[in-house]
Design a protein around this ligand. Structure first.
Ligand SMILES: Cc1ncc(COP(=O)(O)O)c(C=O)c1O
Length: 430
C-alpha cells in the first residue's frame, strides 16, 4: 500500500516540476512512482504509509554510517541550537578543514561548498585559471553534476564531435569539452597528441558510479596522470562518490595516483548539503580572495554541514567500518552470482568495497558506457519493483550504485540476496 506516497506525489506534481527536486527520484526509469520517506534509522527507512525497507540507496552515498547516526545527529543538534548560519567565519569550518586535510594526503587546503556540482564547477574554473587554457576532457558515463560544461556527451562519428546532454547548454560551451570513452587509453592518447597545449583539465570518476559500478583500470588512471603531467594540464579526480567510501580518505591514496585537484561531496557532509575542492597550496591559493579565480557561497562552510562532516569523518577514522562493508557487499554479490552462473542467467552482480550493482546484461566485462548500455533496463525495472515490494529500497536506476552502510548486517544482506534469487526464479520460469 502506497496510498499516502501516491497522494503526496499527486500534490507535488502540481507545484514541483515532475513532482521531484532531483529527476532520478521520479522513479521514471523503473516505471514506478516515488516512495515518500518518513524516517530512517541505521540500515532501515520507513515510508509515509508505514512500509519498512532495508535501504541500499543511502541518500545516494552520504549515509555511510547509516540513517540518523547518533554522533552525527547530536553534532548537528548541538550546532543548530547555536544558530544555523552566520555568513561569517565560524569555528567548525576550521576544524573541518584541519581534519579533512589530515585525512586527504594531497590536500594542503580545502574550500567547502554546498554540493558536488558546485565543487566540480569550481575545480574546472580553477584548472582553467591555473593553466590559462579552456579545453576540458571528460568521459562518457561519468557524471559530474549539472553545470553546463559537464552536461556534454560524446557525439556519434568524429571523436571530438560533442553534443549537449541537456537543452540550454550553448554551442560555445560544448566546443570547449571533449567526451571520450572510459577506460580507453588509445583515444585519450590521440586527443592529447592533437590538443596537447590546449587542455586545461581531464576530469574523471576514478571508480565510476554513474553507469552502475565500473572501476577505472589502474593503467587507464595512470595514463591520465602521465598525459596530464606531460602537458601541464590538471588531472581532476571527482571523488564525490569515492571519497571516504573505500577507506577513511580519498580513493586516490588507495591506488597511489595523485591528482592535481579533487572534488568531494556526499560522505564528507554526513547527509547535509556539502561539497569541497582540495589540492596543493599552489593551486588552492589561486582561489579568491588570494588569487584571481573567483568562487563564493552564502552558506559555504556553514556550521551544520561542518558539524555533520566532522562527526562522520571522525567516526570513519575511529571505527574503520570498511572491511565490514566490503564483506557485506561480497556476501550479497557471491550469493547472487552463484545462482546466476548455475542457472546461466544473463545477469551478474559487481561489488567493490561496500557498493554494488546488479547488471542485467550477458556481457560480463563492462568497462565503459557502451558496454553498460547492453543492459536490459526493463528487466531492471521489474527487479526494482519486486525488491521494493519485498522491502528493499534500491537506487531506482540500472545505471546507479547501491550502497552498504556500517549499520547493515550480514543477515540483511542474505535476506536481500534471497529476494533477488526469488526474482530470478520468477523471471526464469516466465
Ligand atoms: C561523481 C559525482 N560528481 C558530482 C556529483 C554532483 O553532486 P551533487 O548532486 O551533490 O551536486 C555527483 C552526484 O551524484 C556524482 O556522483
Amino acid at each position: 500500500m502506497m496510498k499516502l506516497s501516491h497522494e503526496l506525489f499527486t500534490r507535488a506534481k502540481k507545484f514541483i516540476p515532475g513532482g521531484v527536486n532531483s529527476p532520478v527520484r521520479a522513479f521514471s526509469s523503473v516505471n514506478g512512482e516515488p516512495v515518500y520517506i518518513a524516517s530512517g534509522k541505521g540500515s532501515k527507512i520507513k515510508d509515509v504509509d508505514g512500509n519498512k525497507y532495508i535501504d541500499f540507496c543511502g541518500s545516494w552515498g552520504p549515509l555511510v554510517l547509516g540513517h540518523a547516526d547518533h554522533e552525527v545527529i547530536t553534532a548537528v543538534q548541538e550546532s543548530a541550537a547555536k544558530g544555523l548560519s552566520f555568513g561569517a567565519c565560524s569555528p567548525l569550518e576550521v576544524e573541518f578543514a584541519e581534519l579533512f586535510c589530515d585525512l586527504v594526503p594531497h590536500a594542503d587546503m580545502v574550500r567547502m561548498v554546498n554540493s558536488g556540482t558546485e565543487a566540480v564547477m569550481t575545480a574546472i574554473r580553477l584548472a582553467r585559471g591555473v593553466t590559462g587554457r579552456n579545453l576540458v576532457i571528460k568521459f562518457d558515463g561519468c557524471y559530474h553534476g549539472h553545470s553546463d560544461q559537464l552536461l556534454v556527451s560524446a557525439g556519434s562519428g568524429l571523436l571530438t564531435n560533442s553534443i549537449a546532454s541537456s537543452k540550454g547548454v550553448t554551442d560555445a560551451t560544448i566546443s570547449e569539452v571533449i567526451t571520450l570513452p572510459y577506460n580507453n587509453i588509445e583515444k585519450i592518447t590521440k586527443i592529447f597528441k592533437k590538443y596537447k597545449n590546449k587542455i586545461a583539465a581531464v576530469i574523471v570518476e576514478p571508480v565510476a558510479g554513474n553507469m552502475g559500478l565500473v572501476p577505472g583500470n589502474r593503467e587507464f588512471l595512470s595514463a591520465l596522470r602521465s598525459l596530464t603531467k606531460d602537458s601541464d594540464s590538471c588531472l581532476i579526480f571527482d571523488e564525490v562518490i569515492t571519497g571516504f567510501r573505500f577507506h577513511a580518505g580519498p580513493y586516490s591514496s588507495l591506488i597511489g595516483i595523485t591528482p592535481d585537484i579533487s572534488t568531494f561531496g556526499k560522505i564528507i557532509g554526513g547527509g547535509m548539503p556539502v561539497g569541497a575542492v582540495a589540492a596543493k597550496k599552489e593551486i588552492m591559493e589561486q582561489l579568491a580572495p588570494l588569487g584571481d579565480v573567483y568562487q563564493a557561497g552564502t552558506l559555504s562552510g556553514n556550521p551544520i554541514a561542518a558539524a555533520a562532516g566532522i562527526a562522520t569523518l571522525n567516526a570513519l577514522r575511529n571505527s574503520n567500518p570498511y572491511p565490514h562493508m566490503e564483506w557485506l557487499a561480497t556476501v550479497f554479490a557471491n550469493k547472487v552470482n552463484a545462482f546466476a552462473t548455475e542457472n546461466k542467467l544473463p545477469v551478474h552482480c559487481r561489488s567493490y568495497g561496500g557498493v554494488f550493482t546488479i547488471f542485467f546484461s550477458s556481457k560480463t566485462q563492462l568497462c565503459n558506457m557502451d558496454d553498460v548500455k547492453t543492459c536490459d533496463t526493463e528487466k531492471f525495472a521489474a527487479y526494482h519493483s519486486y525488491m521494493l515490494e519485498r522491502g528493499f529500497y534500491l537506487s531506482p536506476s540500472q545505471f546507479e550504485l547501491n550502497f552498504v552502510s556500517m549499520a547493515h548486517t550480514e543477515e540483511e544482506m542474505n535476506q536481500a540476496a534471497d529476494a533477488v534469487l526469488e526474482f530470478f526464479d520468477i523471471v526464469r520460469s516466465e
